[in-house]
Write a protein that binds this ligand. Sequence first.
Ligand code: G3P
Length: 218
Amino acid sequence: MKFFIDTANLAQIQEAYDLGILDGVTTNPSLMAKEGIKGQNAILKHYVDICNLVGEGDVSAEVLSVDYQNIIKEGEALADLHSNIVVKVPMIKDGLKAIKYFANKGIRTNCTLIFSAGQALLAAKAGASYVSPFLGRIDDIGWDGMKLIEEIKNIYLNYDFDTEILAASIRNPIHILKCAEIGADVVTSPLASITALLNHPLTDKGLAQFIADAKKME
Ligand code: G3P
């Protein structure tokens, strides 16, 4: 399973990269705005900065337009920025058409705002490289986000789609583990949920004992 970090914060991306487990980055307009980025030039520069931090990893850069012509124009400009860029496109009718266009041109896409298996099926048919089901937001309204990941996994296996399941809107380390059990191709997560996987009280207790015993041998 690939680990992406879901942030536009350069320091957090660097920290995740330094851990040695980072396979890519996802952003969205909310995450970019949170970093105080304003204006087209600053947005494009920030994506290049992110790409330069993550080596070979994919970087999802989301279009802001919602009509076909402008999604195409914006997506092509984003794809031209760096070979790591994956154009993130919302699951709307014009977005679906744009995903097909991008697939024919060899531009990789991440179809975002996926909340149903039907949407994931359409995105795969159109040739999306990734689909992003938002499992945390589904849990937030009392539905079962993990069930959606399972449904998409089964559908994609039935038809051998190449589209990768990129589980998004991760809220905690259990989400990451459950996605790994189901076989999601990627999780994109805040740094805190990734680093939480490191912790176990018995590891801390065991290490304290080893350190104490090591002192006896000095
Ligand atoms: O980037 C898309 C997704 O991960 C958003 O997560 O926490 O805003 O629901 P969240």
